[in-house]
Design a protein around this ligand. Structure first.
Ligand code: HEC
Ligand code: HEC
Ligand code: HEC
Ligand code: HEC
Ligand code: HEC
Length: 373
């Protein structure tokens, strides 16, 4: 099953090549090869299958990075291989035999040094990063709440590495017991002298066999945390908060947060259904707030248009994808994320022996700033 799945995944992710790619290769025109690697090919030609990924990608920090730069990387052998292995995919697309949603983790993403690290330099020290979360309550005033965290991203070369990006300066191996890589039972950190400091989940000790360690352990890289680097499936709650804080939705409209959320969460069975519910917000103002409905007509119309954009970014019934389908590992609120190891594993060797991997909140996000109104 695991093998089968990984095989099928391979077909998906090298898809921008596909059967057409091989024809193009035979034709041999360089420009045509470029085309088959292009974002348009990937996102639009495989419209239904990758529609959710394409849509969220367009709204992500990587919207100008081509699909192939993360999914294929550069280099002739990968290019040729990807186009060849993409062939059977066309058939599975035609016969609708692919999975919904597409399963992750993607097994054949090129190693991060050949993709992410072409642009990002892990040895560069990033220092501390301030993250300001602005959220709105569902009351009449859409009461605003500001919550600020400072994340010591750190980084730097191995000798000096510290903070959150220490994991990639160091060589951190791990063993997960499940395909989703959520149930991490063992970690081994290569020290500079070459010896391994090991950490173990005491409850899972019996399942961590030397055999499994030898065959299944993985070296931690960017994607183990940033699995949602670019296909960020944000919830309606998050997206409405963002639109309110950016002034795209007027926060003086009574109950706009509540009404917007009501239209979009739980997920609708089609985009048309979502749009109809959003349009009905105009009626809500006409009946419940006639004065506002007249005086702030332009603001209401604009809010309705913005909410339709939120609907577009959250409604993917064809692929059975919602904002809960793919959870980010770069935190611990929605999925275990950092807590797959922190607070769960205990050192079984080295100077730390007997102590758990740190769970001290302050070591990962250390204080709350006061933001002036
Ligand atoms: C910045 C790098 C990057 C770019 C650019 C990128 N992807 Fe991805 N993609 C990823 C990562 C990372 C994953 C998740 C891997 C995992 O969880 O195993 C992923 C996963 C996917 C998945 C699997 C389903 C999912 O949501 O995890 C699909 C389908 C996909 N990408 C298609 C595309 C398409 C189509 C494009 C271009 C429109 C694209 N990708 C551009 C990095 C990228
Ligand atoms: C072709 C260049 C390129 C590649 C490849 C690339 N990135 Fe990026 N990445 C960028 C750029 C440019 C930005 C900044 C976008 C901005 O701020 O407008 C960025 C931003 C980010 C951010 C910060 C996002 C935020 O919310 O501020 C993260 C995290 C990130 N990239 C991770 C990754 C990971 C993980 C991969 C590999 C799967 C990857 N990147 C591959 C160019 C790239
Ligand atoms: C242990 C988990 C982890 C690993 C591994 C990891 N990161 Fe991060 N990274 C984070 C967290 C957490 C942040 C804080 C911001 C956030 O939540 O996105 C961050 C922030 C970033 C940022 C934004 C920094 C800034 O100053 O704006 C970039 C870019 C980034 N990471 C790229 C990478 C790349 C490239 C790799 C692989 C070489 C990588 N990260 C590996 C957890 C990780
Ligand atoms: C695969 C297991 C694993 C995962 C997942 C993981 N860590 Fe770690 N982390 C470790 C280990 C092991 C250490 C070293 C032992 C210690 O510091 O307790 C460590 C150390 C750290 C440190 C201290 C580094 C230093 O020395 O300055 C920070 C900060 C940290 N992790 C943050 C995070 C964050 C944030 C995430 C999630 C985005 C995360 N970790 C996910 C295993 C993990
Ligand atoms: C191993 C590192 C780590 C530890 C330990 C940790 N956190 Fe976090 N936490 C994170 C990261 C990374 C995020 C994502 C932050 C972001 O992207 O803004 C996060 C996010 C959060 C958020 C959500 C922020 C938001 O508004 O979305 C809360 C609340 C939180 N942490 C509370 C705690 C508390 C309380 C503790 C101590 C019991 C704790 N955390 C321990 C790494 C850690």
């Amino acid at each position: 099953m695991g093998h089968l799945r990984s095989h099928r995944n391979k077909l998906f992710f090298l898809m921008f090549g596909g059967a057409i790619g091989i024809i193009l290769l035979v034709v041999g025109g360089y420009q045509l090869v470029e085309f088959s690697d292009s974002v348009g090919f990937c996102g639009r030609l495989c419209h239904t299958v990758m529609y959710p990924e394409y849509t969220t990608y367009q709204a992500s920090p990587h919207s100008r990075v081509k699909c192939a730069e993360c999914h294929v990387g550069s280099g002739a052998d990968y290019l040729v291989r990807s186009k060849v292995s993409g062939v059977p995919l066309i058939f599975s697309t035609i016969f609708n035999s692919y999975h919904r949603p597409i399963p992750t983790p993607v097994e054949n993403l090129r190693p991060a040094p050949e993709t992410c690290e072409q642009c990002h330099r892990p040895e560069k020290f990033s220092g501390d990063l301030v993250r300001v979360h602005i959220s709105y309550q569902q009351d009449e005033n859409n009461t605003r709440k500001v919550d600020t965290r400072v994340l010591p991203v750190g980084g730097g070369g191995l000798d000096a590495a510290q903070g959150i990006h220490w994991h990639i300066a160091a060589r951190v191996w791990y063993l997960a017991l499940d395909e989703q890589l959520q149930d991490i039972a063992w970690v081994g950190v290569e020290e500079q002298g070459g010896e391994l400091t090991e950490y173990l989940d005491p409850k899972k000790a019996a399942e961590v066999t030397p055999e499994r360690l030898k065959n299944e352990k993985r070296l931690m890289d960017c994607i183990d945390c940033h699995n949602r680097a670019t296909h960020i499936f944000r919830s309606p709650n998050d997206l409405i908060d963002a639109a309110l804080s950016q002034g795209m939705i007027d926060s003086s409209l009574p109950f706009i947060k509540r009404e917007g959320l009501k239209a979009l969460d739980p997920p609708n069975s089609s985009l048309a259904e979502a749009v109809a519910k959003i349009e009905a917000i105009k009626d809500f103002y006409r009946t419940s707030y006639p004065q506002v409905s007249k005086e702030k007509k332009a603001a209401i119309d604009r809010a309705v248009e913005q909410l339709k954009e939120v609907a577009r970014l959250t409604t993917f019934p064809e692929m059975k994808v919602t904002w809960k389908s793919y959870l980010s590992n770069a935190g611990h609120q929605e999925s275990p994320g950092c807590l797959r190891c922190h607070g769960k594993l205990t050192a079984t060797s080295g100077p730390q022996k007997g102590t758990p991997v740190g769970i001290n909140c302050e070591s990962c996000h250390y204080f709350e700033l006061r933001i002036p109104k």
